[in-house]
Design a protein around this ligand. Structure first.
Ligand code: UD1
Length: 419
């Protein structure tokens, strides 16, 4: 089992380069199916979720080549509509293959993402949006859904919640749909804007991303070949910012879009960091001790991102005072808390609310990562803990961070990865 061994106590110092965004690249990779030709995707991060997505594209018949941080995809050779179960169940975002596959091939067979039933990891908003455009579910057997869409027709889609994935699926399904599609209460996340920019670069007619209403005018012709550079990952940037703030270090975080991380910046300033921003980088110096934050709520963009909740809880666990964190986006996203308690944190969780009473220090322990952002939060806790911390199951980190151990080592952390 892969693990990370961390000797805490080093202040992070130096420069770190933020990689391309996971949440932007995943839907863009599925969108390459719409272009029956060549897509060149630059600044593509090397992540497990990217590998799984590329494997699915290969299984569908695409030719895929990874060169440095550039992926070249030829989707002219697609010859299957069957998304393999083992790959679909590896990541929730496999569901965003449905929109492009219905657009391109009129049908697709896919298992429920994560292999669960609709209850715990719902995809109801995706299904409702696709159905309203004319998609049909022909059958559901053993967790496999058979979608079909002889015709996709533009319509008004009203999402009852601004789901990121459902917004992306609806955008992707409507690129070739007859007529116009309006997606109301659309997610406003920056990654939706990146998807729109990519679709427009291929010749699709999409506007409104970043606002609550997205408009797509279906095009009746083939899209063009495309070369596109993925936006930087705002969650990775935020994670290195929190790591710096926690250790009282001073770093320069390069390749950022300041506007997209402003909710993180303002929380860290409130907690005591100094942050100065220039065009596409920022300098952060952490305080001697972070201050508690009265209440933080995770919210859809532009609110504080749910993906930053776990790293922030790590920081608040050693802050001066008591903080309250309310997780409004996902149920049951506090699995890292039990592990932080093994390190001496004082946190009470009641449903979606965590009350964090800051302690003077954490101590090293053997702890278990249970999900991607939780894994990051435990590594961060290890950076400030007294003694040795062993984070087991560290492979979760590889889903969303490119060589985090190497980047932290470069900043002065004492980390060893054991596979
Ligand atoms: C995306 C991000 C993920 C981030 C999340 C929220 C990707 C690959 N992942 O996930 O990192 O944490 O946005 O910013 O981009 N929901 C339903 N029914 C649905 C769909 C979602 O009830 O059909 C619920 C979910 O259970 C969750 C909430 O809506 O409680 C938000 O989910 P959503 O915005 O869809 O997140 P993802 O697209 O899965």
């Amino acid at each position: 089992m892969s693990k990370m061994v961390i000797h805490g106590g080093q202040k992070l110092k130096g420069e770190v380069q933020v990689e391309g965004s996971k949440n932007a690249v995943l839907p863009i990779l599925t969108a390459t199916l719409l272009n029956s030709g060549i897509s060149v995707i630059k600044n593509c991060p090397r992540l497990r979720d990217v590998d799984v997505t590329l494997k699915i594209l290969t299984k569908l018949g695409c030719k895929v080549k990874f060169e440095g941080d550039t992926v070249i995809i030829d989707s002219s050779t697609i010859n299957s509509t069957d998304i393999p179960v083992d790959l679909a169940t590896e990541m929730r975002s496999s569901i965003i293959f449905v929109g492009p596959m219905l657009s391109r091939c009129k049908k697709v067979k896919i298992s429920f993402p994560g292999g669960c039933e609709i209850g715990p990891r719902p995809i109801d908003l995706h299904i409702k949006a696709l159905r309203s455009m004319g998609a049909k579910i022909l059958d559901i057997q053993g967790g496999i859904i058979y979608f079909n869409a002889d015709r996709l027709v533009g319509t008004d889609i009203h999402l009852s919640y601004p789901s990121v994935g459902a917004t992306e699926n609806a955008m992707l399904a409507s690129v070739f749909a007859e007529g116009e599609t309006y997606i109301h209460n659309a997610a406003k996340e920056p990654e939706i804007i990146d998807l729109q920019n990519f679709l427009r670069a291929m010749g699709a007619k999409v506007t409104g991303a970043g606002t609550g209403v997205i408009h797509v005018e279906g095009v009746g012709r083939k899209l063009n070949d495309v070369e596109y550079t993925i936006m930087p990952d705002r969650i990775v940037a935020g994670t290195y910012m929190i790591a710096t703030a926690m250790t009282g270090g001073e770093t320069v975080i390069k390749n950022i879009i300041p506007e997209y991380i402003s909710s993180i910046t303002s929380i860290l300033i409130e907690a005591g960091s100094d942050i100065s921003i220039s065009r596409n980088e920022l300098k952060i110096s952490g305080p001697k001790r972070n201050k508690a934050i009265d209440i933080v709520r995770t919210l859809p963009y532009p609110g504080f991102p749910t993906d930053m909740q776990a790293p922030l809880v790590s920081l608040l666990s050693i802050a001066d005072g008591t903080s309250i964190v309310i997780e409004t986006v996902f149920e049951n996203r506090f699995k890292h808390v039990d592990e932080l308690m093994k390190m001496g944190a004082n946190i009470t969780v009641e449903g979606r609310i965590a009350v964090i009473r800051g302690v003077n220090k954490l101590h090293g322990a053997t702890i278990y990562a249970r999900d991607l952002r939780g894994a990051a939060s435990l590594v961060l806790a290890g950076l400030v803990a007294e003694g040795e911390t062993i984070v087991e199951n560290i492979y979760h980190l590889d889903r969303g961070y490119e060589r985090m151990d190497a980047k932290l080592t470069q900043l002065g952390a004492m980390i060893q990865r054991k596979d």
